[in-house]
Design a protein around this ligand. Structure first.
Ligand SMILES: C[S@@+](CC[C@H](N)C(=O)[O-])C[C@H]1O[C@@H](n2cnc3c(N)ncnc32)[C@H](O)[C@@H]1O
Length: 280
């Protein structure tokens, strides 16, 4: 698929799952809170600064930064899906944050002047951008000299059973989700330190540090894992929705036993590994 078509499809998918992201916003944030804290700590927001969050989804990571910016600072919370931006607006209002400006912004074409922000944040978004080199050049353009960008992406599939178990149940049943997960725009396309170093160096960032962060995603049981994965996993969710009921039973028959090794304290804990990159 050509890159602009891939980007258009991605926008459509993310708009469709925005209501479920909003309904699950606390859970999605809390299971991954340590990643958001790492990102915000590495951007080092100070009172009065302007921080841009890209690919913000429902906005929770940026809201952590907003509370450090004070009344004279500003968080620009952004996403390319307007339904996500609307959810972020509601989230900011519910938290009483009045220094947050929620805007539709595509990471590959940031509608802000050069050198206009003090920091850029992005949690689990940049790997999904087919033109990720262009997005990184845009980040560098809008960052003022000395400003920092911190972003997180998913590590490799074998270290992310919470994402991979679903794929591992689809494949032996003859269902291969569209797209290459390791190619730009794919969920595992920024899965290594080397790839993130290459991406950021290509945009001219010289001071780069990359760390691995680990945690677990908690689910009540296999039904909960299935429902949650199907409702938040943008493109894969739509793909699975197109599979007939009989076939879904076969997929569940592969999936459910594969989750047994992850049983803990009456529920499921599926590990995740994030790659966190900080640049200046
Ligand atoms: C996996 S979600 C992560 C949302 C949020 N940052 C979080 O960690 O919960 C990815 C988000 O990236 C957004 N996104 C994907 N491609 C984008 C692009 N080119 N520009 C801006 N946002 C994009 C999607 O709309 C979606 O909200």
């Amino acid at each position: 698929m050509a890159e602009p078509d891939q980007a258009r499809e991605s926008l459509r998918h993310w708009g469709m799952v925005a209501p479920t992201w909003e309904a699950s916003r606390d859970r999605l944030f809390e299971n991954l809170r340590s990643v958001s804290e790492w990102l915000v700590d590495h951007v080092r927001p100070e009172a009065g600064q302007t921080i841009l969050e890209l690919t913000a989804g429902t906005g929770e990571t940026g809201f952590l930064a907003a509370s450090r910016l004070g009344p004279d600072g500003r968080l620009i919370s952004s996403d390319f899906a307007s339904a996500m931006v609307d959810a972020a607006k509601r989230g900011a209002a519910a938290r009483g944050l009045d220094n947050v400006d929620c805007r539709v912004i595509d990471a590959t074409d940031i509608d802000l002047p050069d050198d206009s922000v003090d920091g850029v944040l992005s949690r689990f978004g940049l790997m999904l951008v087919p033109a990720q080199d262009q997005a990184m050049r845009e980040i560098r353009r809008v960052l003022r000299p000395g400003g920092r960008c911190a972003y997180a992406t998913w590590g490799p599939p074998e270290r992310n059973p919470w994402l991979f178990q679903m794929i591992a149940a689809l494949l032996p049943n003859g269902w291969t989700p569209p797209g290459d997960p390791a190619a730009p725009g794919g969920v595992f396309s920024l899965a290594t330190a080397d790839r993130n170093r290459e991406l950021t160096a290509g945009a001219g960032f010289a001071d780069v540090s990359v760390e691995e962060l680990e945690g677990v995603m908690r689910f009540a049981d296999p039904d909960d894992y299935w429902q949650m994965s199907m409702s938040v996993a943008g493109p894969v969710a739509e793909f699975v929705a197109s599979i007939g009921d009989g076939q879904l039973d076969a997929i569940r028959a592969t999936l459910d036993p594969s989750l047994a090794p992850f049983e803990r304290d009456g529920g499921l804990e599926l590990p995740w590994l994030a790659v966190a990159t900080s640049v200046a």
